[in-house]
Design a protein around this ligand. Structure first.
Ligand code: ARG
Length: 460
């Protein structure tokens, strides 16, 4: 079968080469971007007098025909056509004739074509992920609103540390995912430039208007250096990195949901709709969704490392190595979109078990720091001494088999002369939470500021 580039060849390609070389199996994913790019290019060639107006119009009409064929499933993708760029152009030529179809590739190359298609895809995907993130952050803030008074242990080293509210814990994630959103936004902003018209690597002698195609395609402008434009895959690396960080955050939340839904914690009940069963143990209900998201984080990290490694040490300009840039990005984008979406739905339906959370907050003497702070503040005791006295109080409670927060004023006063019965109010777990009203703290008022901040951000 005759190739578009076969002029200088006398022998036919081997089938082995065709199969190895082809990217059509995955870059057919870029058909919309490819056709949009070609339409803009044809329109520009017409406007610049490089094509006659009626020729440009006929090409554009033909391209719309190709698009319709692909969308209706009638289009046949063939290995021999190698990639999406040649598949579309070949079909176009079949529809409008070789003579006219053959004019579309004036003043461009597959090198700038693929750079354009892929960049358009990455920009669109970034915006889609941002929309999913926004919806998810809204859910987090929404749940937080009704859990400012839900006490739970805050952990360090996975050991009970200080009492916090569930709202506070969830808002930590809201801010994390907002940073992710902003990272995608800044990548979209930075990479919003069109490489189309860079041609093979050195620009073109045709009098084209790159700003026009950039505008047509919705870009902020055109890239500056053609050689860089066809060699650059930073936009792809950026989205892979942004997805890795996003999934890393999601994996931390999922890990907590997995722990929290265990018998040992019992903090959360994941709805039946988002749980799975066991093929052998009839009683089981498993948090597969959270586990899968945690697991898929490994796979998106792999995609990032794979492309970094492909790009490392590549000489300028285009090299076929770069055809390896797409599958990992398609996979990571799909993974991020589906993961955030299902995580959002799962969390909306999850039930937090306030009683269980409260029960364990009373384990581990979580208000110990409050007692030490009381001694420093109200009794002028040096912190080190206060730490020691509080330690004695903890040992006293342990001996009785109760939590520090359950001691009475009389018991407290009997432990050390610096302690008086009124200290008991500082041992209260809710009081401990409410005392932390510094900016960014866990007190209800501080958490409300955080919720307000996220909600006003969500509005604009
Ligand atoms: N299929 C190729 C890719 O994905 C398109 C660019 C090919 N350019 C070339 N000069 N062979 O990278």
């Amino acid at each position: 079968m005759k190739k578009m580039w076969s002029g200088r060849f006398s022998g036919e390609s081997s089938r082995l080469l065709e199969e190895f070389n082809a990217s059509i199996g995955f870059d057919k994913n870029l058909y919309r971007e490819d056709i949009a790019g070609s339409k803009a290019h044809a329109k520009m060639l017409g406007a610049c007098g490089i094509l006659k107006q009626n020729e440009a119009e006929a090409i554009i009409k033909g391209l719309d025909g190709v698009l319709a064929e692909i969308e209706s499933g009638k289009f046949e993708f063939k290995i021999e056509d190698e990639d999406i760029h040649m598949s579309v152009e070949k079909r176009l030529s079949e529809i409008i004739g070789k003579e006219l179809g053959g004019r579309l590739h004036t003043a461009r190359s597959r090198n700038d074509q693929v750079a354009l298609d892929f960049r358009l895809f990455v920009l669109r995907s970034g915006k889609e992920i941002m929309a999913e993130l926004r919806a998810f952050i809204a859910t987090l803030a929404n749940i937080a609103k009704s859990h400012k008074d839900t006490l739970m242990p805050g952990f360090t080293h996975l050991q009970h540390a200080q009492p916090v509210s569930l709202a506070y814990h969830l808002m930590a994630y809201a801010f994390m995912f907002r940073r992710d959103f902003e990272r995608f936004a800044s990548s979209v902003e930075r990479n919003n430039l069109s490489p189309l018209g860079s041609a093979a690597l050195a620009g073109t002698p045709h009098k084209i208007d790159r700003d026009m195609t950039a505008r047509e395609l919705g870009f902020k402008g055109a890239t500056q250096n053609a050689m860089d434009s066809v060699s650059d895959r930073d936009f792809a690396l950026e989205i892979l990195f942004n997805i890795s960080v996003l999934m890393t955050h999601a994996s931390r939340l999922c890990e907590e949901l997995i722990l929290w839904s265990s018998q040992e914690f019992g903090f959360v009940t994941i709805s039946d709709t988002y749980s799975t069963g066991s093929s052998i143990m009839p009683q089981k209900k498993n948090p597969d969704v959270a586990e899968l998201i945690r697991g898929k984080t490994g796979r998106v990290n792999g995609n990032l490392i794979a492309l970094l490694t492909v790009m490392k040490g590549l000489p300028l300009a285009y090299n076929k190595d770069m055809q390896e840039d797409k599958e990992g990005v398609f996979d990571s984008v799909h993974t991020a979109l589906t993961s955030v979406h299902i995580l959002n739905e799962m969390l909306k339906e999850a039930k937090f078990n306030e009683q269980n959370m409260l029960k364990v907050t009373k384990k581990g003497h979580l208000s110990a720091t409050d007692l030490a702070d009381y001694l420093v503040r109200e009794k002028n005791v040096p912190f080190r001494t206060a730490h020691f006295i509080t330690g004695k109080a903890v040992a006293y409670a342990e001996n009785l088999g109760v939590d520090l927060s359950e001691l009475t004023g009389e018991q407290l006063a009997s432990i050390d002369e610096s302690l008086s019965a009124d200290a008991v109010k500082f041992l209260d777990l809710n009081a401990s939470k409410e005392a932390r009203s510094s900016k960014g703290g866990t007190a209800n008022a501080s958490v409300q500021v955080q919720i307000d901040e996220i909600e006003s951000w969500l509005k604009f």
